[in-house]
Design a protein around this ligand. Structure first.
Ligand SMILES: Nc1nc2c(c(=O)[nH]1)N[C@@H](CN(C=O)c1ccc(C(=O)N[C@@H](CCC(=O)O)C(=O)O)cc1)CN2
Length: 261
């Protein structure tokens, strides 16, 4: 399992590194940008066969017309792909991936998101564990929960559901997530590597990755486009903008403003 995981990560990172090299060594490429499918990432962006998909709509055919992307259908498609991959893994090596979630407090939104994440794991055959801590827990309790999951060989990915209560130091806690298990990609080294040429993050934040997936799977050609990202949060806006840098021509932030581009 570890070998498979390492070989997958390696393959992904090599693709990512190759792409970054191409961009940095060829000034022309900076303007033209390589197609997004050749960028990093893992599972789908590199092995995804575009011919398998009929775009929900070809945006080029209908310029300036808003199109609603059917996220639910795409999510089902992705889940089904992951489910077969996990089944294959179980049949070949007898193991399945394991996700651990740390949730502090009883925030309604957080509970909903965590429930959905665990439900998605179950649907795909991924093992999951959750550590639920009270609103008034100490930083040490969170760090202890993290340590337990770091040492648990059945856990390959850990996420700390955000936001955390005010009295906890979010930065310190995210810094403490083991890099190799940082599935949210929120560790400053993973985030920093995403922002730097010649560096490779081990994981991508899931919402930005999901946005790019939706575009790709809907047949939207990102390369060479101008993109506007509204908001610059660490969780969504900032990493989305970084991802778009690789393909869109001129991504920019838009913070608390109406923006017509
Ligand atoms: N550890 C993490 N904590 C948090 C994350 C995260 O990625 N990792 N993100 C948010 C909460 N969240 C997932 O946990 C999340 C929230 C909202 C969305 C999203 O896409 N929202 C859509 C609406 C979707 C719908 O209505 O069905 C939107 O805002 O347009 C994705 C993920 C904070 N905590």
């Amino acid at each position: 399992m570890t070998l498979l995981y390492k070989s997958l990560s390696r393959r992904v990172l090599l693709t990512y590194a190759a792409m970054k090299r191409r961009i940095t060594t060829d000034a022309h490429q900076i303007l033209v940008s390589p197609p997004l499918k050749s960028i990093d990432f893992p599972d789908i962006w590199t092995s995804f066969s575009f011919s398998d998909y009929s775009p929900i709509t070809t945006l080029y055919d209908t310029p300036q017309t808003a199109t609603v992307i059917d996220g639910r259908a795409i999510a089902e498609e992705i889940t089904s792909g992951i489910t077969s991959e996990v089944r294959r893994m179980k049949n070949s090596i007898g193991n399945v991936p394991g996700l651990a979630v740390i949730m502090v407090g009883q925030g309604r939104d957080s509970q909903t998101y965590v429930r959905k994440k665990l439900g998605a794991c179950e649907e795909a055959g991924i093992q999951s564990k959750i550590s639920t801590l009270p609103d008034n827990c100490t930083e040490d309790q969170v760090l202890n929960a993290l340590s337990c999951f770091h040492e648990d060989p059945s856990i390959h990915g850990i996420l700390v559901q955000l936001p955390l209560p005010q009295h906890l130091d979010e930065g310190k806690i995210l810094n403490s997530v083991q890099l190799e298990k940082d599935v949210d990609g929120f560790h400053p080294i993973n985030m920093g590597n995403l922002a730097m040429w010649g560096r490779e993050p081990l994981f991508l934040p899931c919402t930005p990755k999901g946005c790019i997936e939706l575009l790709i799977r809907s047949g939207v050609e990102i390369s060479g486009k101008k993109a506007v990202v509204i908001g610059r949060s660490n969780i969504v806006g900032l990493p989305t903008s970084l991802l778009l840098q690789f393909s869109a021509e001129a991504p920019c932030y838009c913070q608390r403003c109406a923006c017509i581009y």
